[in-house]
Design a binder for this molecule. Structure first.
Ligand code: SF4
Length: 439
């Protein structure tokens, strides 16, 4: 049973020291009751109180981690219904399905192709998270052979698909020491499946067609000592699936209904299905097959939905070389907001003109926003010039400021007296012309 804010408050130190970022212990307690902060933010909670608060501090959706050979795919730990309320923490794992009725060489080839797929999106490499091996043959040995064929091409986490405990037992033996997800347990096989996953430390997907049926089954399986569960709402079309997934999330987050407080699994045969699963609210998504044209939009959409709205996407501050610059080439300055970086870098690269691009740490903000927030000023730019030893790379010390912050040029001359400070255009699209005509 979840504790109220007042009950939580009674277990806190009540010193109002503010170290948690809240003005009072009561304010912190209210946030904790609403699952909007973590207990660890208060460093002074006693061990005895921590034990009592564990239930309240636990996220409403259990964190389930699939592991294999150093790779991990995590789902769960979410605390909000909508990303704008705070953030989503663990992006759904995207798995490609392979079937055990295919020749092992074809399985290897399929997985090898999927492993080679890397989509670079605003400087982030997007790849598949793992593979789901389905027993179509119904034969344990054939299933194990298919898993070994996948393992010959990839070390990433697996989902094992069969409702036959003998087949799953063979699959789990083939990946001994890993923590895969087993799909799945229904009302007819749950005891055997629960025994198997417990023995192999795997997670178990629970299959049910109604919320009541799912809740009943998760409780029974939990009673057998299996904690890492994943919910699969079965037999639904896109519309009904959307409703059911939303209800599961709502009950878990808003009502703290522990029986449904687990990540969900989705099987996507179409791009629409995969997109819906990302937005509402799958923890693991199995694509019917690997295809670059399917993987790319799915991974990009996931990246966008699962970025923290409070933290802009950033690139690493540093000195970047564009078109193999030499010592006499100019140094262009910008911020480390990804979109800003790529706008500038792409324009310069497209022009074919060589330049050094000095990316300063502006906490991921664009030029004007960072300047207005005091995160992109002459001091920070001068510091970046020194930190990245720019003077050692160039013979002609020319620094080009974005036109939007022309106002900084005077101060920057004071900070960097040996440098010629130039003011560039306001828009990235005008940089090539500026470089050709002015520099
Ligand atoms: S850090 Fe702990 S003791 Fe200090 S105000 Fe926050 S809740 Fe209270």
């Amino acid at each position: 049973m979840a504790l109220s804010g007042i009950q939580i408050y009674k277990l806190l130190p009540q010193t109002n020291c503010k170290e948690c970022g809240f003005p009072t212990c009561l304010a912190f307690a209210m946030k904790l009751a609403a699952k909007q902060v973590e207990l660890a933010s208060c460093p002074y909670v006693t061990e005895a109180s921590k034990a009592q608060l564990a239930e309240s501090a636990a996220p409403p959706i259990r964190l389930v981690t699939l592991k294999a050979n150093g790779f991990e795919v995590k789902a769960g730990n979410e605390v909000v219904l909508y990303r704008h309320e705070k953030t989503f923490y663990n992006k759904p794992g995207v798995f490609a399905k392979v079937r055990d009725d295919r020749p092992v060489d074809e399985i290897k080839e399929e997985v090898t192709q999927a492993e080679a797929f890397v989509a670079n999106y605003v400087g982030i490499n997007l790849t598949m998270d793992g593979y789901a091996v389905e027993s179509v043959s119904g034969k344990p040995a054939q299933f194990a052979d298919a898993i070994e064929a996948v393992r010959a091409a990839s070390k990433k986490p697996l989902i094992l698909i069969s409702q036959n405990p003998d087949v799953i037992a063979a699959g789990l033996r083939a990946v001994d020491g890993e923590s895969p997800l087993v799909y799945g347990a229904d009302s007819s096989n749950w005891e055997a499946m629960a025994d198997l996953v417990k023995q192999h430390k795997a997670a178990l997907a629970v299959i049910g067609e109604s919320l009541e049926g799912l809740a009943d089954l998760t409780e029974k399986i939990k009673g057998k000592g299996v904690e890492d569960l994943v919910i699969y709402p079965a037999g639904r079309g896109l519309s009904a699936g959307l409703t059911m997934n939303t209800q599961i999330r709502r009950l878990a987050i808003k009502k703290n209904f522990r029986s449904l407080g687990y990540p969900t699994l989705a099987f996507a045969t179409t791009l629409a299905g995969a997109a819906q699963s990302i937005t509402k609210y799958a923890g693991f998504i199995v694509l019917d097959r690997f295809a670059p044209e399917l993987a790319y939009p799915v991974l990009v959409l996931r990246q966008n939905v699962y970025t923290d709205p409070q933290k802009p996407i950033q690139v690493q501050p540093g000195l970047y070389e564009i078109n193999a610059p030499k010592a006499e080439d100019p140094v262009l300055v910008t911020t480390n907001f990804s979109i800003t970086y790529f706008s500038v870098a792409n324009e310069v690269e497209g022009s074919g003109l060589p330049a050094w691009l000095l990316v300063t740490d502006a906490e991921g903000m664009s030029v004007l926003t960072a300047w207005a927030a005091g995160k992109f000023d002459s001091e920070r730019i001068a510091k970046a010039v020194k930190t990245f030893n720019v003077a050692d790379k160039v013979s002609r010390r020319r620094l080009v400021l974005p036109g939007h912050v022309a106002v900084l040029s005077g101060e920057l001359e004071g900070e960097l007296p040996d440098w010629e400070i130039r003011v560039g255009p306001r828009e990235a699209v005008d940089i090539p012309k500026f470089m050709k005509q002015v520099l």
